[in-house]
Ligand binder design. Structure first.
Ligand code: CA
Length: 223
């Protein structure tokens, strides 16, 4: 899952980025409204954290432009404490949720998890596919109750497939959601990660859909 943070407070931006990376997300950062607007307009993010008070272009304008162009990714806005009018303007502009400053990073993480889950159609924090369970809260996965020891890339791959279970996900899509913008991307590595993940899981749930990509799906006779 790939997140964009648009926040001009360098320390706050860094603090959020570290916490999100720690939780298994890929993170891109922008420090003004123009840069943030450009990234959100051109890169596919699973969620965006957008500060309202930004240099170059304010957060409300950035959000209105994205929504006006049909960009539908979940957006969490950061508002100044006591500025209730910012919350109203933000939600009217198309924000999905907000957090008022100062906040605990844990609250932002919980809200981002919920936004990503809901955007993929999952109400619960645990996503289940046959014997595989993905706990989005702890960023851990189990097969038949046994913990899977995954590298960060393997976890990101499994998490993306699980959020989109039953759907065919292309290699390009996986690359776009597993690496940040500065990473030297190579879609051939996805095949290697899928191979490793299958081996660690020990169950054959990830199907290769020839020429299209991959799909994780529970066996039809299981729930
Ligand atoms: Ca600001």
């Amino acid at each position: 899952m790939r997140i964009l943070i648009v926040e001009d407070d360098i320390n706050l931006n860094r603090q959020l980025a570290e916490a999100l990376k720690e939780a298994g997300y890929v993170v891109d950062t922008a420090f003004d409204g123009e840069e943030g607007h450009f990234l959100g307009d051109t890169e596919p993010y699973d969620a965006i954290i957008l500060d309202i008070g930004l240099p170059e272009m304010d957060g409300i304008t950035v959000l209105e432009k994205w929504r006006g162009a049909g960009r539908a990714m979940p957006v969490l806005i950061l508002t100044a404490r006591d500025r209730w009018s910012d919350k109203v303007a933000g939600i009217d502009a198309g924000a999905d949720d907000y957090v008022a400053k100062p906040f605990h990073v844990e609250e932002v993480l919980a809200r981002i998890r919920a936004l990503i889950r809901r955007a993929a159609g999952h109400a619960s924090s645990e996503i289940i596919c046959g014997p595989v369970r993905l706990d989005t809260k702890s960023s851990k996965a189990t097969v038949d109750g046994k913990p899977l020891k995954l590298t960060s890339h393997e976890y990101r791959l499994l998490a993306y497939l699980m959020h989109h279970k039953g759907e065919v996900v292309s290699r390009t899509e996986l690359v776009e959601h597993m690496y940040d913008q500065d990473f030297d991307r190579d879609s051939n590595t996805i095949e290697v990660f899928v191979g490793r993940l299958r081996k660690k899981m020990g169950v054959d749930l990830i199907e290769t859909v020839r020429g299209l990509g991959y799909r994780i799906q529970a066996p039809t006779n299981a729930n």
